[in-house]
Ligand binder design. Structure first.
Ligand code: PEP
Ligand code: MG
Length: 747
């Protein structure tokens, strides 16, 4: 056990505790605290600056500076030494402040006579709430113990302010958690919604940051850590041996749980006056702060593990479970740091939207959100620290923007947009049973993309002719082991039943890249999108693909069946996959099972190379479906996951449309049916231009069918084609401006 010294921090904390226990309004308490700190540390000045909004700090209390400057002096993040402490969330300790880079006087405070400066961030879990400063006339550096003492006090302040102890008087804090905050994330599933925040894992609230009896706290900490270790060992022994990734995480948990350094640091914090839970949280804050700066992805992951482990330890100490009994609000929008696919499926369609702090466009959660057709915004930095259960939230999945606690003006504009969308949906319903026939008499067949049994009910109401892409990954991603053949066959049969005789195109397992199965050994690849994925895995490790093909044949049980293979890049991959399927057909026949009445074997064209495949490929394929999401990323060499580059290249870029036209020609040559099933097919303008380039079959999310059909029925493709040709001849980069102009002219 670390030696208990009556350190600066302990003395200061016990005085602080006494002060906090006294009655008083927020401002009075802040004033008493600054007085107490200055007195304890022997400095002339102690000031508390709090964040008024995302980029402005305000002086909220001071001992030693001019009292008139309280609630008057403000500075931007990064401005002066105080602003720099807040911006970098780092301590500044200097004996000669004027010589420090960035130094700036605030004349109204009268601080020019103070030479020494110690500023520490008031932070909670890496989020800066303000700055605590002491200053003195005498040129002196502050000792490590003094710095530590001030940091601990700042942490206690962060807890107290979070608890609302000062809210009401401290203008800065009352502004927090009431103000409108906008998050610019990335769009992972389109759609817009208004709802109320429902936190997936509400944070643990530390109500008692300071403790009187360090011995008792040490006993609590050790008991909780023991309990944690036992639970981690149990999780490890229960984890499936094949699940390398989960085991790796649990091993990291175990390593940290047994780490003497981690325990020692927390024990030291306790002997300096913190309660056990505050000590855990202090360590967690340090890990979070490091997480933001560590460039190495592996190390960042491990710091995440430590963060998760700290959360678990906090929950043991405070008995605050994940389930806090908070009622799910009406129109819930789930807010989380990240979420697994199974957990998201558990919430299911009750959710109106999902906002994640992390995540990626191709993550499992994104795949589920796409299948559930709920708007999803990812990379909404700090939303879990800002959002409170029940807050009003507007999610714009089309733009990747989230408004938390929106101002009335913003909420009203957003509601107008929702109302317009609802009115449009009504209009679309009226053309549901009408064909997508253009003014020039061309019929375009519209299909829906699906990935869950739960998607199928939307087939009749969407007006889709069938399912153009059934992604089969989800059943694999949401289980802890490979699903069994019987289980899959039953599910595929239910999908076909629900489609009621309409065509369903099943795509075989498309994993690898970022879609790693929980029970698959992760391979460390420098460029996963260009790596061992989809059909490449299917052909190299044939067991799972065989089992899936058998399940599909059994599910069809004599009905028509359409299967397509993803990510075919050259002829032999298609011939091999096709041969394997035909071998399974023979095997089924030998076993006396019913064979599909009609079997279509198709390929997804997702790499430019396939467009240049030998003619034989086009003859052999019963149909081809362009996977535009991948094709576009490889055509422009722009990662579909990378927000910085993915919007840079317009789908209506003349080169891309010309490329699509070439694919259309190649398929026309061999009479091979061609479709397009990437997200762009669901965007009306894009869909119209694809049709103008000769595509006759499009597959999209169900909600897009109405808008796409509505536009197609109002255009003449020949006219559009003329417009595109003209833009092409004029050397335009994209045909979008010309098309938009044309629509504007037509009103
Ligand atoms: C595509 O790439 O366009 C596609 C439909 O497949 P996924 O989005 O599942 O990669
Ligand atoms: Mg794809």
């Amino acid at each position: 056990m670390p030696e208990q010294t009556d350190s600066e921090s302990r003395k200061l904390l016990s005085r602080l505790q006494a002060t906090l226990a006294e009655a008083g309004a927020g401002q009075e308490r802040l004033d008493r605290i600054t007085h107490l700190i200055a007195d304890s540390m022997g400095t002339e000045v102690c000031s508390i600056y709090l964040l008024l909004n995302a980029d402005t700090l305000e002086l909220c209390a001071t001992e030693g500076l001019a009292s008139e400057s309280v609630h008057v002096t403000r500075m931007r993040l990064g401005e002066g030494l105080v602003g720099r402490v807040a911006l970098r969330v780092r301590v500044i300790n200097t004996a000669h402040a004027p010589a420090e880079p960035g130094f700036r006087y605030m004349p109204e405070t009268g601080e020019e006579c103070f030479s020494s400066f110690l500023g520490v961030p008031i932070q909670r879990l890496g989020e800066c709430l303000g700055v605590l400063v002491v200053q003195s006339r005498q040129e002196r550096g502050f000792s490590d113990d003094e710095v530590y003492a001030l940091e601990v006090v700042a942490m206690v302040l962060a807890e107290m302010t979070e608890l609302g102890a000062f809210v009401g008087e401290g203008e800065a804090l009352s502004a927090r958690h009431q103000s409108h905050v906008v998050f610019h994330g990335s769009c992972a599933q389109e759609g817009t919604t208004e709802g109320r925040v429902y936190l997936h894992e509400p944070r643990v609230v530390v109500t008692r940051p300071i403790a009187d009896d360090p011995r008792a706290e040490l006993i609590r900490l050790r008991a909780a850590a023991d309990q944690l270790r036992v639970s981690v060992d149990l999780m490890l022994s229960n984890a499936p041996k094949s699940d390398g990734e989960q085991i790796e995480v649990l091993e990291a948990y175990r390593m940290f749980a047994n780490s003497r350094g981690w325990m020692r640091r927390m024990e030291e914090d306790i002997t300096r006056g913190l309660s056990a839970e505050a000590a855990v949280e202090k360590e967690q804050s340090t890990a979070r702060a490091r997480m933001e700066t560590v460039p190495d992805a592996y190390l960042r992951e491990r710091l995440h593990d430590l963060d998760d482990l700290s959360n678990r330890l906090l929950r043991v100490l405070t008995s605050q479970g994940v389930d806090t009994g908070v009622q799910m609000p009406d129109r819930p929008v789930l807010v989380a740091r990240n979420i697994g696919p199974a957990e998201l499926l558990d919430y299911g369609r009750s959710l109106k939207g999902v906002v994640l702090e992390e995540g990626s466009v191709g993550s499992h959660a994104a795949i589920v959100a796409r299948a559930l057709a709920i708007p999803l915004v990812i990379n909404a930095k700090r939303i879990t620290t800002e959002a409170l259960n029940g807050d009003l939230i507007l999610v714009d999945g089309d733009q990747g923007i989230v408004h938390l606690r929106p101002e009335d003006r913003v909420a009203a504009a957003f509601r107008d947009k929702l109302a317009m969308q609802a009115a449009a949906q009504k209009r679309y319903a009226s053309i549901r049973d009408k064909p997508a026939k253009t003014l020039c008499g061309t019929n375009i067949s519209l299909h829906m993309n699906a990935g869950l049994m739960a998607d199928l009910p939307s087939l009749p109401s969407s007006g889709a002719e069938g399912v153009g892409l059934f992604r089969t990954e989800l059943q694999f991603l949401t289980r802890s082991q490979v699903p069994r053949r019987g289980e899959l066959a039953a599910l595929y049969a239910r999908v076909m039943d629900a489609a009621g005789g309409k065509r369903v195109v099943f795509r075989t397992l498309d994993i690898g890249s970022d879609k790693v199965l929980p029970y698959m050994k992760p391979t460390d690849e420098p460029n996963p999108a260009l790596g061992w994925r989809a059909i490449r895995v299917g052909l190299d490790k044939p067991g799972v693909m065989r089992m899936q093909l058998q399940a599909l044949l059994r599910a069809a049980n004599g009905r028509s069946l359409a299967i397509m293979f993803p990510f075919i890049a050259q002829l032999d991959e298609f011939t091999q996959a096709r041969d394997r399927l035909l071998r399974e057909v023979e095997r089924e026949a030998a076993l006396g099972h019913r064979l599909p009445r009609n079997l279509e074997i198709g390929a997804m064209l997702e790499t430019p190379s396939l467009a240049f495949a030998p003619r034989h490929f086009f003859e052999l394929a019963d149909f081809i479906s362009i996977g535009g999401n991948d094709l576009k990323q490889f055509f422009f060499a722009a990662d579909r996951e990378n927000e910085r580059v993915r919007r840079r290249y317009d789908t209506l870029n003349v080169s891309f449309l010309t490329f699509l036209e070439q694919i259309v020609h190649r398929c026309d040559d061999t009479d091979t049916p061609l479709g397009f099933c990437g997200e762009d097919a669901g965007r009306p303008l894009e869909a119209m231009c694809f049709a103008a380039m000769g595509l006759r079959s499009l597959s999209m999310r169900p909600a897009s069918i109405g808008p796409v059909k509505s536009l197609l029925r109002r255009v003449n493709l020949r006219e559009m084609r003329g417009l595109i040709n003209e833009a092409r001849a004029n050397g335009a980069q994209s045909v979008r401006p010309a098309v938009m102009d044309w629509f504007r002219q037509k009103g």
